[in-house]
Design a protein around this ligand. Structure first.
Ligand code: GLV
Length: 310
């Protein structure tokens, strides 16, 4: 099946060409604008050009290059019947878990204070807190959220997770849902990990009122999507002492502007939307699985519920 590459911002052939060559028995990769556009039923996309969808009248599915598909769902020209497919990659979930643990333990064991002390040539023992004394709240309990929650719980941190639908508590993980559940989770949380997908309901969710519900000296690990955090409110809650610090991997505008105050804030750690990538092989496997499902007329694995937004 022919698969057209659609991106205004990334060279998808350079990024995924080698991995896609491994599925060439099922997928023929073509560049946009492709010849014989009526023969194209599949696309791989990230920030697709605005005119792209009008050109391919028989497009049936578009695959994302990551776990999130918000970037594709937000395309104004995306026709209703086109299935949007996200990547589900267990290695990506593990990489996210490592990233979150880095910042969680960094906060618990005060790594940035030691780094400051080293720069000042200061020998000062800062004391230790056990993991059991640092409650963690996880927003989002999909495949990645479950991996992160399980790994954190295994290290002895008390974990609570918040999701859209209710679910029973699991060993070491208290489950919450709904508005009351969010308030309860925030009130018991010192380290808040945001892994939510971007939807109208999660846009602006992390505002000053909600951040102020966290335990004193809280720490935010923000790895969902930029527009979920009200950036000015983060600065206000750091400045008024509500938050001890924040690790941010996603931003309202990416790349982060050179003059943005986050870059130089002493209690903010910035990384360039790279907490965890789906592997090239997982992206190619998702494209191949989508091609096979389309060819066989079967349901497409990991197609996003377009009403729900993830
Ligand atoms: C990264 O942000 C992804 O969606 O995989």
């Amino acid at each position: 099946m022919r698969c057209v590459l659609l991106s205004d911002t990334l060279d998808l052939r350079a990024l995924f060409g080698t991995a896609l060559a491994a599925v060439a028995d099922r997928v023929e990769i073509v560049d946009h604008p492709a010849e014989h556009p009526e023969e194209v039923r599949l696309a791989l996309g990230w920030n697709p050009p605005p005119d792209a969808f009008a050109r391919y009248p028989n497009l049936a599915a578009i695959c994302s290059i990551g776990a999130g598909a918000d970037n594709l769902l937000a395309c104004p020209g995306l026709p209703e019947p086109v299935a949007v497919v996200r990547v589900v990659d267990p290695d990506q979930a593990r990489a996210m878990s490592h990233f979150v643990l880095w910042h969680l333990i960094g906060h618990q064991r005060r790594f940035s204070a030691y780094a400051e002390n080293q720069r000042a040539g200061r020998w000062q023992r800062l004391g230790q807190r056990a993991a059991a004394e640092v409650p963690v709240g996880i927003l989002g309990y999909g495949r990645i959220g479950r991996q992160v929650a399980a790994d954190i719980a295994a290290l002895g941190f008390p974990v609570a997770a918040w999701s859209r639908s209710p679910g029973a508590d699991e060993p070491g993980i208290a489950r919450h849902h709904g508005t009351d559940g969010l308030a309860a989770l925030l009130a018991r949380t010192e380290v808040l990990v945001n892994l939510l997908p971007l939807t109208p309901e999660t846009t602006g969710l992390l505002d000053a009122a909600r951040l102020r519900r966290l335990r004193p000296g809280a720490f935010l690990i923000h790895v969902g999507r930029g527009p979920q955090l009200v950036e000015a409110d983060l600065l206000a809650t750091l400045d008024d002492g509500t938050l001890a610090g924040a690790a941010l991997d996603v931003f309202a505008r990416e790349p982060l502007d050179a003059g943005h105050p986050f870059w130089r804030h002493p209690r903010i750690a910035v990384t360039p939307h790279e907490a965890c990538d789906a592997s090239d092989a997982a992206v190619a496997a998702a494209v191949a699985a989508t091609a096979e499902a389309l060819a066989a007329g079967r349901p497409i694995p990991h197609a996003v519920d377009r009403m729900r937004g993830y």
